[in-house]
Write a protein that binds this ligand. Structure first.
Ligand SMILES: CC(=O)SCCNC(=O)CCNC(=O)[C@H](O)C(C)(C)COP(=O)(O)OP(=O)(O)OC[C@H]1O[C@@H](n2cnc3c(N)ncnc32)[C@H](O)[C@@H]1OP(=O)(O)O
Ligand SMILES: N[C@@H](CO)C(=O)O
Length: 164
């Protein structure tokens, strides 16, 4: 994907959601640094600004190394913590007060992070932790805690999350 398309790949899906558009434009701009070490060096001041503005000011941890397909949506962008090992497919939706990341294994090491399919709609206050795979076309209800794989085409709710 060329630079311009990559910067704007989420904008259409966030139409009418200015905060989401700004966060995701800044995220995609920071991701340019993933293309080459020299770009990372050139962007070092911007990367520091991204870190301070997005993490400290807005309360969102969305590391530039997180892999996210096009059309990512962030509603109510605050208190959102995503580990850099998480992978999102296309057209996923994230909301406030959500954590997606690894868990600490019995031997003290970290598990792998969740791999999330295409068109996954994640409600507010959701935790998805550990080496789990979420299928395509999945809805995760508000407040759910996902600790196991979820197949394609379903809705899950609760703690631990179950299919309804
Ligand atoms: C400021 C803002 O607006 S922030 C926006 C916040 N919105 C969100 O986070 C959206 C998240 N969406 C949800 O949680 C939705 O309830 C969904 C997608 C999980 C399910 O929606 P629907 O398919 O319409 O399901 P429906 O409301 O018919 O409920 C089906 C069953 O699941 C239960 N259920 C629905 N959502 C949840 C939930 N989040 N947690 C636990 N149980 C739930 C219902 O009680 C019902 O149970 P019952 O059959 O025993 O009566
Ligand atoms: N409040 C809506 C978006 O406007 C949602 O979170 O789905």
């Amino acid at each position: 994907m060329n630079v311009i398309s990559s910067l704007f790949q989420d904008q259409k899906k966030n139409k009418g959601n200015l905060k989401g558009q700004i966060i995701l434009f800044m995220f995609r701009f920071a991701q340019l640094a993933n293309r080459h070490i020299l770009i990372a060096v050139l962007l070092c001041i911007y990367l520091a600004f991204y870190h301070v503005f997005i993490e400290w000011f807005l309360g969102i941890e969305l590391p530039r190394k997180t892999r996210a397909g096009k059309g990512l949506v962030i509603y109510h962008g605050q208190a959102l913590v995503v580990n850099q090992g998480v992978v999102f497919g296309d057209d996923c939706i994230l909301r406030n007060s959500t954590t997606i990341g690894h868990k600490i294994l019995k031997d003290g090491t970290f598990s792998a992070c969740p791999k999330i399919g295409n068109r996954v709609d994640i409600g507010a206050n959701v935790c998805i932790i550990g080496n789990v795979k979420i299928g395509n076309n999945v809805k995760i209800g508000a407040g759910a805690v996902v600790i196991k794989d979820i197949p394609d085409n379903c809705t899950v709710v609760g703690n631990p999350a179950r299919i309804i």
